[in-house]
Write a protein that binds this ligand. Structure first.
Ligand SMILES: *Cc1c(COP(=O)(O)O)cnc(C)c1O
Length: 374
């Protein structure tokens, strides 16, 4: 079946007791013990979570999906499934939360980590050690939109008998079929595009096969307990139904906005993989069906003007996060804090589903007012 059909139907069934089309919300934490039904206690499993996991597995095309209370919990669980002394290769520009998980939680626990530029395949190969168990890919990256060649990195990983894990949050399963390019495990912050409405926190791990690694991650889910609440599973399953149509709107708007911004005199650089002069354009074209809804811009006059633009905007919310229907803009270096390597003149934009002409008009008046203020 096609993605649009799976998004609406996968994992669901009409409620047997009532015929309800929208799934009931199962808030019960405990269930009458009955081996035929299988549910016992909501940390172990819950009907809303089971529906969601079946849907996520179908959308990504994997055998196992394991839902978590946040993208960060999903990331932590994948890494905890390794053992102290194992070695991981991770991007030197990973999502700040992922870097923090590696540095402050898992390195002290005994995981060895090499942070490298994943777009430099020689550097990735050189970082491989006899104890390398996993290579972490995040593409397109945050906030520079660098594009990593999933197939090439997966080949390096498999050659070393290591796993290739892809954080597919920015691309979504619609735009990037990471398993087709050799990834073994996909991670999502479902807080972003999958949920799509900035009203739930969630994460997911999807494994290509029902491997020992997948079973270990499921054990960490049930035993560690970072599980999503039934209502968050319910909201997420509902948000997913419109994912393919929302993504088309996000991609169309982002492409138009990126093109317009790249011609704007107050903008020095636009980072968007859909632009033909973007460093990752060719690889993105190979491994993505469209280029997503995220872009970053560098403001020609520098940090002060970049920050000065924000309060003049009427439609764009000044906020972090991404993937919701409303457009968001942030000064990314401020969000990332003192250790950031993000240029200080950079604004990151999550392009929403408003009419793109209104978004351009809002930015245009904002840019004019920054100039007039000087
Ligand atoms: C937001 C995000 C995460 C973390 O997800 P949370 O749901 O906030 O814990 C991980 N990876 C990427 C690429 C993200 O954008």
């Amino acid at each position: 079946m096609h993605f649009e059909t799976l998004a609406i139907h996968a994992g669901r069934q009409v409620d047997l007791a009532t015929g309800a089309i929208a799934p009931p919300l199962y808030l019960s934490t405990t269930f009458q013990q009955d081996p035929d039904r299988g549910y016992e206690y909501t940390r172990m499993d819950n009907p809303n979570r089971a529906m969601l996991e079946r849907c996520l597995a179908a959308l990504e095309g994997g055998e196992a999906a394991i839902a978590f209370s946040s993208g960060s919990a999903a990331t932590t669980s994948v890494l905890q499934a390794l053992a102290p002394g194992d070695h991981v290769i991770a991007p030197n520009d990973a999502y700040t939360g992922t870097t923090a998980i590696l540095r402050s939680l898992l390195q002290p626990w005994g995981l060895q980590v090499s942070f490298v530029d994943l777009t430099d395949l020689d550097a990735v190969q050189e970082a491989v050690q006899p104890n390398t168990r996993l290579i972490w890919v995040e593409t397109p990256s945050n906030p520079m939109l660098k594009v990593t060649d999933i197939a090439a990195v997966a080949a390096i990983a498999h050659n070393a008998e290591a796993l290739c894990v892809c954080d597919n949050t920015w691309a979504t399963p619609l735009l990037q079929r990471s398993f087709d390019f050799g990834a073994d495990i996909v991670v999502h912050s479902t807080t972003k595009y999958l949920g799509g409405h900035s009203d739930l926190l969630g994460g997911a791990v999807i494994a290509k096969t029902e491997s020992a690694m997948a079973q270990r991650i499921r054990q960490i889910q049930a035993t560690g307990g970072a599980v999503p609440a039934p209502f968050d599973c319910w909201l997420l399953l509902r948000g997913i139904q419109s994912l393919p149509y929302r993504m088309r709107g996000h991609c169309d708007n982002a492409r138009k906005l990126a093109t317009w911004l790249s011609q704007h005199p107050q903008v020095s650089t636009v980072h968007y993989p859909g632009l033909t002069d973007h460093s990752g354009h060719a690889i993105a074209q190979k491994q993505m069906t469209d280029f997503g809804g995220m872009l970053s811009v560098q403001i020609r006059a520098g940090k002060a003007q970049a920050i000065a633009l924000l309060p003049h905007l009427k439609l764009f919310h000044r906020a972090t996060s991404l993937g919701g229907v409303e457009s968001l803009i942030e000064h990314r270096a401020t969000t990332e804090g003192p250790d950031t390597t993000t240029p200080d003149d950079l604004l990151r934009i999550s392009v929403g589903l408003e009419h793109v002409d209104d978004l351009m008009a809002d930015l245009a008046q904002g840019f004019e007012r920054v100039v007039n203020d000087e």
